[in-house]
Ligand binder design. Sequence first.
Ligand code: ADP
Ligand code: PAZ
Length: 539
Amino acid sequence: MTNSPWRSDDRRWALGVALCLCGAGAAALHCTRRRRRRAGETQGQPNGTRHASISRRDSQDGGRVRRGLPPRHAGPDSSGSLSDTYPAVDIGAVLGVDIGGTLSKLVYFEKKAPSEADPQCKPSGDPMGKKVEMKRTVSLGNLHDTMEQQEALKEFYTFMDQASRVGESGVKDAHLSVYSHALGGVLHFFHFETRFMDRAVEAIANSPIHRNIQALGCTGGGAFKFEESFLQRLAVRMLQMDEMECLVRGMQFALANIPEACYTYRPPVEVKKEGAPSGGEAEEGGGSGGDEPGPDPRDNLRNKRMREMAEVSAKREYTVKVGRSIADEPATTAYPALVVSLGSGVSIIKVDGPAKFKRVSGSSIGGGTYWGLCRLLTEATSYDESLDMARQGNSDKVDMLVGDIYGRGYSKFQLSSNTLASSFGKVGGMEAPGKPGSGVSEEDLVQSLLVMITMNIGQVAYLNAKLHNTRRIYFVGNFLRHNRLSGQQLAFAIDYWSSGEMEALFLEHEGYCGALGSFLMSGTEEPIGGGAASESTED
Ligand SMILES: Nc1ncnc2c1ncn2[C@@H]1O[C@H](COP(=O)(O)OP(=O)(O)O)[C@@H](O)[C@H]1O
Ligand SMILES: CC(C)(COP(=O)(O)O)[C@@H](O)C(=O)NCCC(=O)O
């Protein structure tokens, strides 16, 4: 791609912010130079201590690991010049970053009285989130102590307000902003593509915001990959945190503190039976398709539920989004649960209790696979566009169905004629696939691809849930962003394969759990080593 979201907007950012902040940009440049020098000095310390030693796991304190931000070091730098004194400000505590293989996610916190913010967020008591109280308010409490801190925060929030949309890639997900009573303020969410990280770093270096950030909580692979460039270019230290732990912590916090954080999809026929929510697309479920063989008395449909689902599966209609407040259920039903992270790749985590988890499996066929193949197969210029295309396509044009092979359904094993038998299976038999006149559109291809990747993830998730005896499967990650189709498919597949024993669950803040966890954890002090939270090893 030749378009550069960051480059095209660098000037706008810097100019806008400089104008708005009455020349703060120039001060920032001066400060950047000082900080760069300072970073160089840190690296050259005689004892060879590198900045990486700031990693939170390294600083032991009486048998505990201090996870809070390291103390700010205001005062003269090594030149001894007071005029070169570093600003006695560090607002890094309001930030949490998750730098993944494809997307970089930022969560930032803005302290507000409930009356100042939309009262969207009331504490709830989801058992999956119980006892996951973060002592985050401890470090947030000091943030407004001085005028300098307040000015720095104001500057930062102004900057982020202006950055609500940066070029093609930077997006503030304003619809996800939420008030947290537990934290006493609003959580905001922002993301951009990691491939633009170098340009993002340059844009930030040329803006005033980094000068008041000395260290910030960071997770994801990029916390390691970009550590050096953050330090050298911005003099910002990354406090590295494990991505699985952040993911679980962030998710548990969201479930416990954000009402309506969790939902699933159900078939209209089922929702209607239970009482359809207002606006639900309830309608009668159809039969199993006109070309189906009649019921075979020997078939082994296990029960009525299974038969109903086979009917629904014929139409693949898990279309109704249903809020899932599981707060009133006993905590015993909340665990164990499976968390499936649909990022560039797929990670599967078994959660046994608050902050008690283990990474049990993974798959390289994930969101990155979908988006990569999509770029090869179509002209889609953005992820969102590709999903809009998928919604318009007809994957049956390229997929081979059971009916294409049997000429009917395979009733002995409850495979209806429109069950997907082979993704892209028809293409092999086409005269000139991909050529004009083949009758296959990009929309058809991308829908087939989306279903293929989704079903593969669903199957890996289901088998792991079976293996680890988990009834609930939480699907998170940005593959589910702007992507109802995959959510609906997963809800259907998990329900169908498990004969209604398991449930697929989703989060409104699906892509931000890791960044949220990194924000929350960068202010906590907790024992590690032997603690369940550090149990993030594979089987
Ligand atoms: N704007 C986008 N650009 C690229 N991929 C996107 C975008 N929005 C969602 N995605 C999907 O989300 C995936 C990345 O999910 P994410 O949870 O952020 O993982 P990671 O941490 O590996 O970046 C991509 O592989 C893609 O499938
Ligand atoms: C390496 C990762 C943990 C990185 O996380 P991501 O940026 O994809 O969210 C993930 O891509 C993954 O688990 N991949 C699959 C590795 C495996 O086969 O288990």
